[in-house]
Design a protein around this ligand. Sequence first.
Ligand SMILES: [Zn+2]
Length: 346
Amino acid sequence: MQAVKFTGHGDTDVIEYGDFPDPDPAYDEVLVDVKAGALNHLDVWTRRGLPHIDLEMPHVPGSDAAGVVDAVGDGVSRFEPGDRVALLAGTWCGECEYCRDGDVAMCVNFGVIGEHKPGVHSEFAAIPERNLVPVPEGVDWETAAAAPLVFQTAWRMLISRGDVSPGEDVLVLGASGGVGHAAVQIADHAGATVYATGSSDEKLEYARECGADHVVNYETADFASEIRDLTGKRGVDVVVDHVGAATWTDSLASLAKGGRLLTCGATTGPAPETNINRIFWNQLQVIGSTMATPGEADDVLELVWDGTFEPRIRDVLPMSRTVRAHEMLENREGFGKVVVKPDSEL
Ligand SMILES: [Zn+2]
């Protein structure tokens, strides 16, 4: 079969599309005929190389995909050939104290398919049954591939961890990214007043279409002071920051007393300076979140499948143009998700 593969860690020149051994479904695994995949920023991190993650090369990337069940291994009971499915990329041990307590997203051995283990941007992928969810008829492959990772991440962060409530003010940074545009939709659906930042008027118009009530262009304005102006100096109840070092100080400065800073990533770097005085004096909370449980994913994907939430598709590319997909993410071009399809599907 054909697969996207990283020949090593480095710049985009390590990305290839070519022959790769056909996968064989092991016990409890499902062989999926992949119709579409989607990029996430973690594909860029995985390509560059992450400390403490030692990948076998060549590595097939990809943590989002959807397709049709081609065959099932022994022990598979929920799926049969012909079923439409999408991937939930989180993996957990099932044995640690958090797994035993039912919150598998807290697993001490938590991993992500595509990041810690081989991914799914290939013509076929063998995937553990528990990592698949059914995709209803009528949902297109682009939507089914683009939604799962970012919507489950944003859902757990805002709803389960962040407890966003009707009437609260929620600021979403980087609303044009995958998690950002999902967070805007979820905060709006939760009844919050949504503030969103973006780097161009065009992106901010999309953010408004996703449900943002107020938008701030961070290229032309200081978002923390804009938020103070927009909220009568009070600040917002919640900031969603997946940007990291570049925005952290201003995120804390945008919070009202007792506010919550929700973080699920740090694309601009992980080690900003923090003014601790501001955290204790204003009695702020910093709340981390990553991925989601299958139950949380079910809850949010139901709202994707029925059209309440909609992943915006930035572009659809053949998998042989994955280099271009990485460039779009790294250059922050466009709004929403970059979808890739096996060249044989186009
Ligand atoms: Zn565990």
